[in-house]
Design a protein around this ligand. Structure first.
Ligand code: FO1
Length: 322
């Protein structure tokens, strides 16, 4: 199993659980997590970075385990009062969580970069790993509803939270992506890591914005053989969130073979679940080497097992072990 540096491309809940497993089997100082910022938005004048915060709270042991986002032991005084006033309470910001948004917003107004603020927050929670937003520049995921035919784009959180990802979509765009630069440390981590892992996150709206940042995809393509992805789709469904439906809507097969088609140009190996063993041939036909194991992270031990298997996958495949 690789003992050198590991870089992980990450979205929200699934990636956070995977990273927690990875830190149980690998030295935290040898891990760089490169996190999606396409879900970021501004509400109540506050800068909110849901995926960075989900990773932070999960690794700090402070995550709300039922929702997978927000703080454990949270209180909701501000949100309740906001609702009473007739304010915007559709996006649930708890009292403890609000403190982080106040801190981030204030530091941004002072001119600090998101990567700097993220490092300060990670340090305050004693996370141990290098936590990086993929970019300090604003990237905003925007989706076009499938209906009506003249529907205009909506913001990611409008789709995900306000509409409960209950509508079909026909397009995804990352506003700001052409001007976005990789945050300091991102390309270095991607070039220098012994292995790059694509965490089990939504290929289109979590990993999509990360690999769309200029130079990121190209950097991965140059070292494709040591890039390993974990399929977030098991048995034709996403473990959490809308990835399965979104794949069909965007013209991909809603299974591990569809994930392989989305990643094959920059990742050589795809870790798929035992339940999807029958798809190994289709994954290979889509251009990735399948590695079959248990990918369900129902508890910390299984998340650690998945991290260990993922790290070992490229070598195991080269040595011919299934
Ligand atoms: N997701 C929801 O479904 N409803 C919410 O009210 C909500 C609030 C929220 C607050 C802070 C935070 O960091 C995340 C929050 N999320 C909420 C999750 C978040 O919108 C999504 O999980 C991600 O953007 C998708 O990865």
């Amino acid at each position: 199993m690789p003992s050198g540096h590991v870089a992980v491309l990450a979205g929200g809940v699934g990636a956070a659980r995977f990273l927690a497993g990875l830190l149980a089997v690998h030295e935290p100082s040898g891990v760089s997590a490169i996190v999606n910022v396409g879900d970021d938005f501004t509400l109540h004048g506050l800068s909110i970075s849901p995926d960075l915060d989900t990773v932070t709270y999960t690794l700090a042991g402070e995550i709300n385990r039922e929702t997978g986002w927000g703080r454990a032991g949270e209180t909701w005084h501000v949100l309740t009062e906001l609702g009473r006033l007739g304010g915007q309470d559709w996006f649930a910001l708890g009292d403890l969580d609000l403190a982080l948004h106040l801190f981030r917003t204030q530091r941004l107004s002072e001119g600090a970069a998101l990567s700097q603020i993220t490092a300060e927050v990670a340090q305050s929670f004693d996370l141990g790993l290098e936590l990086l937003p993929v970019s300090d520049d604003p990237i905003r995921t925007r989706l076009t509803p499938a209906e009506p035919a003249d529907a205009t784009e909506i913001d990611f959180q409008e789709y995900f939270v306000a509409q409960r990802h209950g509508i079909s979509i026909r397009g995804v765009r990352f506003a700001g992506i052409d001007e976005a630069r990789p945050a300091p440390g991102v390309l270095e981590a991607l070039r220098d890591a012994e292995v790059v892992i694509v965490a089990p996150s939504n290929p289109f709206v979590s990993i999509g914005p990360v690999v769309a940042v200029p130079q990121v995809r190209e950097t991965l393509q140059q070292r494709r053989d040591s890039v390993v992805a974990v399929s977030p789709i098991v048995g034709g469904k996403s473990i959490k969130g809308p990835a399965g439906n979104m794949m069909s809507e965007l013209g991909y097969e809603p299974n591990a073979a569809g994930v392989a088609a989305a990643y094959a140009d920059f990742a050589a190996t795809l870790v798929i679940d035992d339940q999807d063993r029958h798809l190994a041939g289709a994954v290979a036909a889509a251009g990735m080497r399948p590695f079959v194991t248990d990918t369900i992270m129902a508890d910390p031990d299984r998340a650690a097992g998945l991290a260990r298997a993922t790290l070992a996958a490229p070598t195991a495949l080269e040595q011919g072990t299934p």
